[in-house]
Structures are given as structure tokens and as C-alpha cells.
Design a protein around this ligand. Sequence first.
Ligand SMILES: [Zn+2]
Length: 410
Amino acid sequence: MRIEQGNSLLRVKAANQSTILRTIYYLGPVKRADIAEQLELTLPTITTNVNSMISAGIVREVSIRDASQVRIGRKARLLEVVPEAYHFIGIESTGTHRCVSVVDYCGHPLYSHYDEQVCADYQRSMEETCQVVKNCLKHCRLRMEDISGVCFGLPGWVDREEGILRVHPRNRWSNKNICADFREITGYEGMVIVENNASARAIGAQFYRRREMENVQSFTYLLVDAGIACPLVVNNTNYIGSVVGAGEVGHMVMEVDGRQCICGNRGCLEAYSSDYAVIDRCYEEVQQGKAQKLKALCGQVKPEMFQIVEAQRRGDTDVTAIVEDAVKVLGTAVANIINFICPDQMLIDCKLFNIEKNQELLRREADKNLCNKTYRGTEFIFVDPDRTSGALGAAAVAINHALETYLTIE
Ligand SMILES: [Zn+2]
């Protein structure tokens, strides 16, 4: 329902309801009394709201035996959300790959599809993505109308309010109305959100690692893919962080008049450390008859990142030199980012860090350039490269949005 301006009682009720649901969602299984204490609300307020959530099938009581890991008194009954209550779809489409995941209310993936046949033509790409979505739903025996929210994670400049992709850097798409086009092709009438894919991964990391990241006030998520982005997330109350911009650090200038970047400028971070830069430089070596171990893996065609990592593992010195160069520049960029914003944690999502000595090199280069006067210590976490993490991150954005806007007041 719509709440008219000035109807403050309804506003308070609505805010309470969604806050109570979020508390059950993130802390469950949890006692009613603990929710009341945490939110500074009365027990009757909690009970009324919880009862309506139970009858709506969103929240359930768990028996003491099910929640044996939680120490509780004999008679207390715990509350948790019902995983099957809602379903969401997360999509990541970067221009080089596409992943679609169907998840339940708790974010557990039910089915994921990954492919690298992404078409550069917008209309065709969108139609194909919608077809993939339908196929995924079929696997889960769900219909489009069973889905409570869809989120697209896309690289570049995204207008969240309008659901429009303003600029897709690689595919040169501009002002594409993702929400309207998805709805038109699929006939879907529910919530469709568009988010920058690095931001979606950051939100996803927080969502899926929430126990470990409970006390982390701020973190950045450095995503090295075709491009490089580093969104900053500041944790606010109620377990949902806010992304402060997509952190397009890829075009931070690392060398004055340096290498040519796709953006037209020179010396950008992406021209040294992005997947594209590393792949192009390795491919040049292969074409010149160097990087023999890589050539054995990729033949005459452009190598992929996993082949480059494997060639380095096998001791290809030409490949190693290129990778180390990319990691050094990235390490310097990492120091610049930390000097600028001092986050508690930096999550690093980059295929090159599958190799531990690349992680060490990054730390060394970052250390060298961190400002001793202001550095308060940032914890580095190397995220295991996972093909589905972008789509799952997008699904987490859709779930968070549904939790924030939960409303059943009649
Ligand atoms: Zn650039």
C-alpha cells in the first residue's frame, strides 16, 4: 500500500515491520525477547508483527531441537525466515561472460547458468539473457510470477533510480532501459533492479560473509575483470551496507603519458592490470614466438586468464614477467586507494591471486606505497574466484531491497 505523507503512525509501523523482519532474517534463529531488546521495541509490538509474518508464511518458529546450536532456555521458541517463501534472480552480464542464478529467500542458489557467448548487440543479448532466465526457472520448476525480484549486475555507469544502464564501457551501449526491456521481453511485472556489477559483488560478499564481517565498519571490493572497479561499502545499521559509488578506479592514472587505455587516455590502471591488458600482452608474446608454455595451452588463439595463471604456475617466465608487472601496478593502486579512504578491509577479486606469490607481491608493493603517517591497517582478503559470485551478488541486492521495502500493513 502507499503511505501518504504525514501519516506518521503508519510510517512508524511500516519501519518497525521491515526492521523486525530484517532482524529475524539476519540474526535468526532468534528469540522474540532478543529482537525486542535489540530494537528497543516492546514485546507486544514484536508479537503482533511476527504473527502477521508467520501467517504470511515468511517467518517460522523452529523447535529447540532444530536450533540445538543456540543455547536457550527450555520454553523459548526461535524465529527464522522461511527459505522457500520467496525466490529471486541475480544476473551478471559483463560483455565477456554472463551468469544467471535463481536463489531462495536465504540466498541459497537453486540453479545457476554460466556462459561466455555474450553477444555485443544489445537487443540480441537481452533476448538471450531472458531466454536463459526462463531456462533456469524451468530447472527450478518455478514460473516468472514466482519471482519476487530480479537484479542485473552490469559494468559501467548504472542509474539505479531509473533502472537504466547509462554507459557500458566495453559494448558501447548507452542509455539502455534494462528494467523496461526485461519486463517487455519476459512479461515480468515484479521488481527489477540494475546495479553496477562490482557493487553487486561487494553487497554479495557482505551478504554471504555476514558473520565474519559483522564488525567491519567499511570495506572496499576491488574487482579486476575486463575493467577494474573498487566500490566502497560503509556499513550502516540493520546489517545492510550502502555502496558509495561504484569506485571506477580503472581509469586512475598510474603513469603520466603511459600505456594507451580503451577510454582514450593514457596510463590508466586498466591499461596495466585489467584482464584485457594482461591477455593482450601475453598474446603479443605468443605471436612473437615467446611464452612457449602459454602457447602450449592456448595454441594460436588469444589466451584466457585461467590459461595465463596455469602458464605462470608451470614456470613460463615471459608470462610471469607480464603478470608481475600487472600485480605491481595494482599494488600501487591498492596503496593509493587505502591512503585515500582507509577501509577496515579490502576484498580483492582477481584471477591472478590464485597464485600465492602474486598475493605476496601485491602486499609488498602496497606496503611500499602506504603512507606511514595515516595508515591504520587494512585487512586484505583474497576472494576465491567464482563464476557465480557476480550473479549471487546481484541476487543479494534484490533480497536486500525486498527486505528494506517489506510492507504488509493494510
Ligand atoms: Zn582509461
